[in-house]
Design a protein. Sequence first.
Length: 155
Amino acid sequence: MANRKKKRLLAIGSFLLGFGFLGAMDGIIFHQLLQWHSVIMDTDRAGQIISDGIFHFATTVTLVVGGILLWLAGNPADLSRGVRLVIGGFLIGGGIFNLVEGIINHHILQIHRVRPAADHPLVYDLAFLASGAILLIVGIIIRRKGKEENTTVSA
């Protein structure tokens, strides 16, 4: 397999795996364990269960597709910065999940908050967005550091 194709599969697969993983963690932690919210709060219990079920199905499909792409790519260590590409992509995908879900669902559509029953729900929403921004920034740094090392070694 050509290095370019392998890098592409690693980048997309790790992004999807990170995106799906953070989605799954959101569903498991906030929806099920803490029971702070459902995907769609302004509905009856059956509607909440259905909306959460669709959400969990989507995150599961994302995880499976990401895993398949990584499997097709093969061992990331075969590339000079393949492991950094996977770790960075995973963190970027997770960060993007939190940012997209937080901005769209919490702020634009306002279909739920992270913890709507809290005294200050905006604090939880902003912490959720901050966690996404941190994951995104760390992922970008890891990927760029790998590029710098690759350039330094090549020079």
